[in-house]
Design a protein around this ligand. Structure first.
Ligand code: ATP
Length: 227
């Protein structure tokens, strides 16, 4: 579903990513792990087109790296940013309707993934906890039926009970054949949802790790993660 090759990214003159190459298959959950500032968020932003980048990004067999973010989104790339960016003045239902972008909203399918949003449908997003907002942000992105979802630090600052619900939702996305690439510092969350992890350090991919390895990290993995 996603194939990346030679991906560089820049903030002005500062280069933040160096030659990333990796792939994510349909129905696969891959986690980008690395210490603060390693380049996880930048990788997701480069894939959706929010930072200056060069290199090849293929989505479902088609180059998308020259397209603007909205065109990538329209093709089926969903992006849930770290700061969530939901509409706090709108209700949960309205946020989901916006997410469907003019297409019919399959509310029941979304509520199957995020059952606890059902009782909040008419609540304004401003009145939700951070974790509930994160769930809404993910649900809103899924309302557009993406085939690849980029999730930036989904578990950050969220109560454990909601983290568990998010993990359920990610596993359900996988079951539906969605490809998921997430950035995470929380190795437990990664172990609970991911098929494998890509280790990123100072803007470079320095290895891959299976879920067992993350829970019992070798010296190389510990050093990449700054543990
Ligand atoms: P974190 O978990 O702290 O967000 P990260 O792995 O996601 O870490 P990035 O946010 O991708 O890291 O940052 C990668 C590098 O790019 C860092 O050196 C960071 O300082 C730099 N960087 C990130 N955003 C900007 C920006 N808007 N302008 C300039 N440099 C930036």
């Amino acid at each position: 579903m996603l194939a990346v090759d030679g991906l560089d990214a820049f903030y002005g003159k500062a280069q933040a990513l160096f030659g990333l190459a990796f792939a994510v298959n349909a129905g696969e959950v891959v986690a980008l792990v690395g210490r603060n500032g390693a380049g996880k968020s930048t990788t997701l932003k480069a894939l959706i087109g929010l930072v200056e980048a060069r290199g090849s990004i293929e989505f479902d067999g088609r180059r998308i790296d020259a397209l603007p973010p909205h065109a990538r989104a329209r093709l089926g790339v969903g992006y849930v940013p770290e700061d969530r960016r939901i509409f706090t003045d709108l209700t949960v239902r309205e946020n989901l309707e916006v997410g469907a972008r003019g297409r019919p909203l399959d509310l029941e399918a979304l509520l199957a993934l995020f059952p606890n949003l059902r009782e909040m449908l008419d609540r304004r997003a401003a009145q939700m906890s951070g974790g509930e907002q994160q769930m809404l942000a993910a649900a809103r992105t899924l309302a557009a039926s993406p085939r690849l979802v980029l999730l930036d630090e989904p578990s950050e600052g969220i109560a454990p009970i909601i983290v568990a619900k998010l993990a359920d939702a990610v596993r359900a996305m996988k079951k539906q054949g969605v490809a998921v690439l997430l950035s995470e510092q929380n190795l437990r969350f990664v172990a609970a949802v991911a098929d494998r992890a890509l280790l990123i350090d100072r803007g470079r991919l320095v290895g891959t790790a299976g879920v067992d390895e993350l829970m019992h990290p070798s010296e190389a993995v510990r050093s990449a993660l700054g543990l």
